[in-house]
Design a protein around this ligand. Sequence first.
Ligand SMILES: *Cc1c(COP(=O)(O)O)cnc(C)c1O
Length: 412
Amino acid sequence: MSLKLPIYMDHAATTPCDPRAVEAMLPYFTEKYGNSGSRNHRFGWEAEAGVDEAREQAALLIGASEKEIIFTSGSTESNNIAIKGAAYMYEKAPAGSKNRGHIITCTIEHKAVLDPVKRLVKEGFDATFLETARDGIVTAEMIKGALRPDTILVTIMWANNEIGTINEIREIGALCKERGVIFHTDATQWVGKMPTNVDADNIDLLSWSGHKIYGPKGIGALYVRRHRPRVRLQALQDGGGQERGFRSGTLNIPGIVGFGKACEIARLEMESDAIRLGRLRKKLETEVCRQLDTCAVNGHAERRLPHIANISFGFVEGEGLMMAVKNIACSSGSACTSASLEPSYVLKGIGVGDDLAHSSLRLSLGKWTTEEQVDYTISEVVKAVKKLREMSPLYDMHKEGIDLSKVEWAHH
Ligand SMILES: *Cc1c(COP(=O)(O)O)cnc(C)c1O
């Protein structure tokens, strides 16, 4: 009744900023506007105190120490600093050589990992892009099979942003530690949602971002291990030497303060949020697949984040589906490139066919998603798919028992 439309079901793309984080930021725009690098007056000290507190809040969220936190503009920058910085620092041969070192990643990583790795390949590094099975999970076994004597870096995301599956991070970290290989994880979808401890989880470098954890946009952090081993990185940007030289430039102090606050709130509230959202997501998947035939939940059924659902619907056309669910703000299995609508490379990467990838929806829930919103989403999606199938001759044939596809459909 009082439901405000459209309903936001795209929290994996970005989250609203928590009002408590906004409130913490405000004084740093107009009153405490000093440069944290100014050592000679109160304005500088106030700003520095804000940054110090945020660094503590960020460190606490992942079990690190404050000195190991580098503030950046977000996960894209953190990934670039980590991946390129480690490759240049630990290279086996200098620029201009043929094999400068080997890197392991996976085909369904975020572009903010894939593209830095591809850049390094152009510059003379070698890379293995692991392919996952249909469940979308990268295992330690897979890494073990790909490690070589010249491997210098493994970069594997903690949880996938499109399908929500969770990789074997702790085990991969242990393996890298044993082999003396640097391990980076893009933890953008994981940190702030699920418990993290960089020591227990064997992580050397970890990226995360404010706007995915109810903090502001344009601010993020990189964890850089300082002990056992002390990880070194070649800086990509030259300048004033801020952030231990890893990231020169005047600090975004309001952003950092808001990020810190978001980290603190996440630490205190993520456990209860995860339980609630896990139940709601499960309801969404179960109800949609109960009320419709020929639909499949993408990614591993259990080993997944609580708040991300990704469902493919047979016998509907992707563009029609997005139009039919216009009251639900969500992502489709299509990505707009300059010229055309391409199927999601992540869904393709786990073996979902092009048609089915196009007719997929990623529905991602957040802290303020209500059960009423989930119920409405279920009814809208079911209604849309049923309506589109009424117009589908293929669906009629399918119902008459003609085998059209070898897809494994989910049965509930
Ligand atoms: C959103 C996202 C990014 C990019 O983060 P920005 O802070 O927007 O640069 C990188 N990796 C993953 C897994 C993401 O979900």
